[in-house]
Each structure stands twice: as structure tokens, then as C-alpha cells.
Design a protein. Structure first.
Length: 152
């Protein structure tokens, strides 16, 4: 049996992080996923998919995403049920996220990268490597790799 879900969409609100009594983090969020076709009025519709992510990945996800973030998630579809305060059975279907990707750059990291590039351009001095190019900044430490460590 195959139970996989792969979604790309935007967060409808900031992820909500909670902790179990045992201290395990979980974050819940809703992903708005556009449908590839238009309705009768020529408008694109979206599906809103509930998602949950656990443990350290939940904390990382919540720290680096916010409402409107474009993300890709992969996981399994799960249906659970519980009894609410009125005594009615409530069924919830959600994607239990196992892998995720940030699909747009973090504005803070882009700014830091640009600042580092500017700083590096000012402090670099050209050196001749025999081919007229700049000498790369390489540590002089030897790396000990055995044939068993190579994947091929």
C-alpha cells in the first residue's frame, strides 16, 4: 500500500507549536494549494490542507516559516478522531509531514549573503595562480579519505 502526499503551497497563518507532556514538539499549520485549473468564472481555486510536523523538525519549521511562506512538504495522510466537549465524534484528516523544503529565500539570509559578498570583495586581493585567476581560499589541512568512504 502506498500512502504518500506531496504538496507545494503557502501557509495560511504562522505554524502553531505545542509540546506534549513528554516534551515532544509538534507544529500544526494549513497549506493553501492552488488547483491547476480554473472554475466557471476563470478564477483559480485552492484547497486548504491541514498538516502536522513533529519533534525538532517542528521547531525548525516554525522558526523559519510564517504566514505566506512558500513551502514543499512530503508525508503520509492520516485520519484520526476524537470526541469534542459536546460529545460529538470529530474526524480530522491531515498530512503528517516527514520532509519539507523552503521554496523561497529567507530575506534575512539574502541580506547576510549580500553583506558578506560585499565585505569579501573589499578585502580580497588578487593573487596569481598561474592561470591569471584568483587564488581560492583553501585550508592547507590534508583530508584523509579512504576508498571505503567513497560512495562509488
Amino acid at each position: 500500500m502506498i500512502n504518500r502526499g506531496v504538496l507545494t503551497g503557502r501557509l495560511t497563518k504562522n505554524p502553531e507549536v505545542r509540546y506534549t507532556q513528554a516534551g515532544a514538539a509538534n507544529a500544526t499549520f494549513t497549506l493553501a494549494v492552488n488547483r491547476p485549473f480554473t472554475n466557471q468564472h476563470g478564477e483559480h481555486e485552492a484547497d486548504f490542507i491541514n498538516c502536522v510536523i513533529w519533534r525538532k523538525a517542528a521547531e525548525t519549521f516554525a522558526n523559519f516559516t510564517h504566514k505566506g511562506s512558500l513551502v514543499g512538504v512530503e508525508g503520509r495522510i492520516q485520519t484520526r478522531n476524537y470526541e469534542n466537549q459536546q460529545g460529538a465524534h470529530v474526524y480530522v484528516t491531515e498530512l503528517v509531514v516527514e520532509n519539507f523544503s523552503f521554496l523561497e529565500p529567507n530575506p534575512n539570509s539574502v541580506n547576510r549573503t549580500q553583506q558578506n559578498n560585499n565585505r569579501g570583495a573589499q578585502s580580497q586581493r588578487p593573487t596569481n595562480n598561474g592561470y591569471g585567476g584568483k587564488q581560492p581560499d583553501i585550508n592547507d589541512e590534508a583530508i584523509d579519505i579512504s576508498d571505503a568512504d567513497l560512495p562509488f
